[in-house]
Design a protein around this ligand. Structure first.
Ligand SMILES: Nc1ncnc2c1ncn2[C@@H]1O[C@H](COP(=O)(O)OP(=O)(O)OP(=O)(O)O)[C@@H](O)[C@H]1O
Length: 345
């Protein structure tokens, strides 16, 4: 018998479930009321300071539209995290930035060039880590360093060995005998030796244990500390991004919202409901998400406590007592975007 209790986060007032697709009720849209980038990308930095620029981008797989009209830019020197639920198009976007996928419509420029027509020089300035990691896994650690190093005039082999030697594996180990996390480390070493100007990481934490993840983050911190490198990163471990990025792009149902991490953590708020007078709150334009967890109810909102209390009382709750609680990026992600059931053992 299933004796677990369930809590869930929702933006419907009723029962748990997946959000509707594109064209869903505007009142429940996660980015409602938030200023989204204009199709022209108004207010951008000068072109020379932009690492990646996307405008009016549309992608479809057959009849399935992943996104219709994406516009954003990432400035040089920014560390930008792309956040979205499963299947929202993060890998599709990364593959488009890399020129592996051609968009149906729109502009995608990377380091000033069309991503589908990148010069070898600019390709060499981009480091990519993605699911799947290594193409030539029959090579040894040492052979892979020599093989990839031949493609990059600025290759810094010491950076590679600096990282991979920490695994304690002989340099003669074949990559296909390494674990997933060890292979990731080899890839990160190859990327660091390349010393790219733009680093694109698609779900870098995949398969990494806590120790490797920390090492990864440490290396990435070092990589970005001078402010001259640009990083575009997706990860399902949202918490890792909180310690890494300064900008975030949320993607949901084909649209995006870009913001600074600090501004998001400051403006989006998490409240614990101390008293709701026995009623349950309903998500609307002010209440962005409701979470029931361990017997407590939490609300997510861009509004202050007074406005929220007025709204909840108008919903029939009351007397209402709320307490603002600390909010991590992961809380914010869940409160803004997610409709899930969480099982409590
Ligand atoms: N080659 C493909 N053919 C058809 N549909 C695809 C293909 N690749 C991806 N999709 C679909 O496009 C949508 C976006 O996929 P994508 O992999 O870009 O999402 P994602 O945000 O990276 O997902 P996840 O977080 O699960 O990795 C999904 O609905 C997926 O099923």
């Amino acid at each position: 018998m299933d004796n677990t209790s369930h809590t869930w986060i929702g933006r419907t007032g009723g029962c748990p479930g997946e959000p509707a697709g594109v064209g869903a009720d505007d009142n429940l849209w996660p980015f409602r009321g938030i200023e989204l980038p204009s199709p022209e990308g108004g207010g951008r930095a000068a072109l020379a300071e932009i690492a990646t620029e996307v405008s009016g981008l549309c992608h479809r797989y057959g009849s399935k539209t992943v996104y219709e009209d994406l516009t954003f830019s990432v400035d040089k020197g920014a560390v930008c995290g792309l956040l979205g639920k499963n299947g929202q198009g993060k890998s599709t976007l990364v593959n488009t930035l890399m020129g592996f996928l051609k968009p149906v419509r729109g502009v995608c420029r990377v380091l000033g060039e069309d991503s589908h027509d990148l010069s070898p020089l600019n390709r060499g300035r981009i480091g990519l880590l993605r699911e799947g990691h290594l193409a030539y896994d029959f090579l040894t650690i040492e052979q892979s360093e020599r093989f990839y190093g031949a493609f990059y005039p600025e290759w810094q082999a010491y950076r590679f060995y600096d990282l991979v030697d920490r695994m304690g594996m002989p340099r003669s180990s074949r990559l296909n005998r390494l674990s997933c996390g060890q292979r990731s480390q080899v890839v990160l070493g190859l990327i660091m030796a390349q010393n790219p100007d733009l680093l694109i990481l698609d779900d870098f934490s995949l398969g990494l244990d806590a120790g490797y993840r920390r090492l990864f983050l440490e290396v990435l911190h070092d990589f970005t500390k001078n402010g001259d490198k640009t990083v575009f990163v997706t990860s399902h471990i949202v918490q890792d991004l909180e310690n890494l990025v300064d900008q975030i792009i949320f993607i949901d149902r084909g649209r995006i919202w870009k913001t600074r991490l600090a501004a998001f953590l400051d403006s989006f708020k998490r409240y614990e409901c101390i008293d709701l007078g026995g009623r349950q709150p309903v998500c609307d334009a002010v209440v962005r998400g409701v979470e029931w967890r361990n017997g407590s109810t939490f609300l997510y909102s861009f509004s202050g406590i007074d406005e929220l209390i007025v709204l909840l009382e108008a919903q029939g709750c009351g007397p209402v007592r709320l307490q603002r609680r600390p909010m991590t990026l992961e809380d914010g992600f869940v409160g803004l975007l997610t409709v899930i059931m969480i099982e409590e053992g």
